[in-house]
Design a protein around this ligand. Structure first.
Ligand code: ADP
Ligand code: ZN
Ligand code: ZN
Length: 726
């Protein structure tokens, strides 16, 4: 009897055996359906064996082999196995990342599928004056003759004959992608810096060649990515471009469509419906897609002819998955490139210190784009403004208000940036000192004026805004601090003639509303923008010339050791929004610490200087990238079991370290940054080593030891290379 060893998407670190009924056949990587307990699960066949250790009467049959899905290819199985070992995650959960969603799902609108229309040559060749019998082909031609063109997906719906003809028309140059006429429409020739970067990053024959492309905002990194993609696609290969979720903008789509009009592009991200994701996954697996653009999950897409991986904004924390399988897509991308022996480009204006250090050590080629690409565009001037100006109104200093007024007078746009949504981050009773706290978290409730509510930004708890203090009855409750809603209201009062638009997660909650806002901003229907980091990334607003930054100092008080690295990246990115058009831009940062090295470096847009200073600190403190970390995170309803679990975990771990001579250290248990969340008490233990391999050798032993503790009241997980300690 043939036995199939199956990886299932469950928390257990093991494979499960099933027998294969006659008539079914499986290969390594086949996706199949089996029963586990009462559940039917999709699994991946890892191995076929002659016999099983499970007694025959307990063995269950494979119920179905999904023949419409190609087996998970061997390179992805190897990648899954690496991810499983490196991140201490069960192989079944890792392999589950590599198959598309299999539940029935609706089709959603295909983004990144550009519309096509007839070119002049196409009109001459295909449009005849004589009325023809209406066939599918003639209908497609009529659709293509419209000025706005027809979406590729609509053509696809017309069936294979039309698709085949469409392919031919494209090769003949009879159809072209419809591209909006704004600045993306013409593709600039690469300047010497870009060309040098491209030639250094991509050379035939393709081989594993990691590059760090460090280019200031607006230096034309995207142009380099697309030229690199074009090169490998010309050589018959596929390219993968990973971007942070928030950067998957229509602007990027249009730039791709205009730079690479003839190639087959698709986007892959979590907002797509299951059916659409599956369709694109299949197209990628068939090799039909030449450029796949996607968020972190796309790093696991099947690409049989992979020739290049690009990670844009490689420093962005959204590449790290924070729940489920805790992988870092940038690091997985580098590994995948190595397994497939293809080049990989990591791009950023402010590289992560990890990548920066790799470049310094010579492991990554360092490619630099030192200036903005367009002739007239300069990096904006950064000025520091004392935040504690007594003349401030709702946190905005006179200097900032005057600067805004000056820009408005010139019909330019201003952005007021604060990385806090809501009206005010806390509510205080002036009489007795009561503070509005979340009943389920160790966190303050945020005042939201729009809905007159108090909200917890950690667990979603919502309460009505109280009219009086629940402790003493005092009616004088003070909202403390500032959020986007508060600034929005103040700006409306301060600049009565100006059109103010707030852009944050609350104001864009409705699907599509962000797109509407972006159009309004581009069309010049907005004078002052107030927003969070949603506005900091990936957008190009040519009339935006002033950026005011409030509340940046908050990050300087953070307990997280990466807080300043992140703040610099964020500020450089926000600053990068200013002056992308013809008019020079200006950035005003309100701060209490004008002498802080971070702000000094920001003024000069001198990331290298700041990165070197940070690396010095990290080295002396023994922190990444000079040390490697793993975080054991535990939570339970009561504090007692959680803490005793962590105590036991440290004891076990130290015994393992002593017995095996692991060069690792364990720190004593501490409460998590957020000690209680959604009613759960949370704590953590940090494991650290200067040697990645030593840590990697220790972790599986430790994990097995923790499983043996069998503490059912505690939920725990290990986060390798943790980015957050909250
Ligand atoms: P980055 O990705 O580094 O922030 P972009 O690729 O978005 O920069 O480029 C910024 C702007 O410069 C875009 O409007 C782009 O069209 C333009 N640009 C890029 N390369 C060139 C070039 N070689 N010549 C002229 N303009 C360019
Ligand atoms: Zn009170
Ligand atoms: Zn809460």
């Amino acid at each position: 009897m043939a036995i199939v060893r199956v990886a299932l998407p469950v928390a257990a670190h093991q494979l499960f055996d099933y027998w294969l009924p006659a008539g079914l056949s499986v290969d390594a990587g086949s996706v199949l359906v089996v029963r586990l307990g009462t559940r039917r699960l999709h699994g991946v066949a890892v191995d076929v064996a002659e016999r099983s250790d499970v007694s025959p009467e307990r063995l269950m049959p494979v119920e179905e082999v999904l023949s419409y899905l190609p087996p998970v290819p061997s390179d992805l199985r190897a990648l899954a196995s690496f991810v499983s070992t490196y991140y201490q995650e069960p192989i079944g959960l890792c392999l589950a990342q590599m198959i598309p969603p299999l539940t029935q799902g609706s089709r959603s609108r295909a983004s990144l599928a550009p519309a096509y229309r007839l070119t002049l040559a196409g009109r001459a060749a295909l449009l005849s004056d004589e009325p023809k019998k209406e066939t599918l082909l003639s209908r497609a031609i009529v659709l293509l003759s419209a000025a706005e063109g027809v979406a590729t997906d609509d053509l696809r719906g017309q069936g294979p004959t039309v698709l085949r003809a469409f392919g031919k028309w494209r090769r003949e140059g009879w159809v072209e992608a419809v591209v909006d006429s704004f600045d993306g429409a013409t593709v600039p020739a690469l300047n010497p810096d870009q060309r040098a970067a491209l030639d250094a990053a991509i050379a035939e024959p393709f081989a594993f060649r990691p590059s760090l492309l460090q280019g200031v905002t607006g230096s034309g990194k995207t142009e380099v990515y697309l030229a690199a993609a074009a090169r490998v696609i010309d050589a018959g290969r596929q390219a993968l471009l990973l971007v942070p979720e928030i950067n998957l903008t229509p602007q990027l789509e249009q730039r791709i469509a205009s730079a690479l009009p003839a190639i087959r592009v698709a986007a892959l991200h979590s907002r797509l419906g299951a059916g659409e994701r599956r369709a694109r996954w299949l197209a990628a697996a068939r090799g039909d897609i030449q450029l796949l653009v996607g968020t972190r999950l796309a790093v696991f897409a099947p690409l049989p002819r992979l020739g290049l991986i690009v990670v844009d904004e490689e420093h962005d924390a959204s590449f790290k998955q924070q729940e489920g399988v805790r992988y870092h897509a940038r690091d997985v991308a580098v590994l995948r490139a190595q397994l497939r022996e293809v080049p990989v480009i990591l791009g950023s204006a402010t590289p992560s210190l990890e990548s920066y250090a790799q470049a310094k050590r010579g492991r990554y080629r360092r490619l630099v784009l030192p200036k903005r690409a367009t002739a007239h565009s300069r990096l904006p001037a950064v000025r520091l403004i004392p935040a504690r100006d007594p003349g401030h109104i709702e946190g905005m200093t006179p200097a900032l208000r005057h600067a805004i007024a000056a820009r408005l007078a010139k019909n330019e746009q201003a952005l007021v940036f604060i990385n806090r949504r809501g009206f005010a981050p806390s509510l205080l009773c002036a009489a007795c000192g009561w503070k509005a706290m979340c009943p389920r978290c160790s966190a303050r409730l945020v005042v939201h004026r729009d809905e007159a509510s108090l909200r917890c930004h950690h667990c979603g708890h919502t309460a009505a805004l109280p009219a009086a203090c629940p402790d003493c009855g005092n009616q004088d409750l003070l909202p403390m601090g500032f959020g986007t809603q508060r600034l929005e209201r103040a700006l409306v009062e301060l600049f009565p003639g100006a059109r103010v638009l707030r852009v944050d997660r609350d104001s864009t909650r409705r699907k599509g509303s962000f797109a509407v806002m972006r159009d309004a901003i581009e069309a010049g229907e907005v004078d002052i923008l107030v927003g969070t980091q949603m506005l900091a990334k990936g957008h190009d607003f040519p009339r935006l010339t002033l950026v005011g930054v409030l509340g940046a100092d908050n990050a300087l008080y953070s307990a997280e050791f990466r807080a300043t690295e992140r703040l610099f990246a964020l500020l450089e990115q926000v600053a990068g929004r200013a002056g992308r058009g013809v008019v020079a831009g200006e950035v005003l940062v309100q701060t209490d610490f004008p002498d802080h090295p971070l702000y000094k470096a920001l003024i000069g847009h001198d990331y290298d200087r700041y990165a070197e200073a940070l690396l010095g600190e990290r080295q002396s403190l023994g922190l990444p990238p000079f040390a490697h970390l793993a975080l054991l995170v535990a939570e339970s309803k009561a504090r007692g079991p959680m803490m005793s679990f962590l105590d036991a975990a440290v004891e076990r771990g130290r015994a393992i370290i002593a017995a095996h001579g692991c060069r690792c250290e364990l720190y004593p248990p501490v409460p998590a940054g957020l000690a209680r969340r959604a009613g759960m008490e949370r704590g953590q233990v940090l494991a650290q080593s200067e040697d990645r391999r030593a840590l990697q050798a220790f972790l599986p032993l430790w994990r097995a030891g923790l499983e043996q503790l069998g503490e059912r009241r505690v939920r725990w997980s290990i986060d390798v290379d943790p980015l957050s300690f909250a």
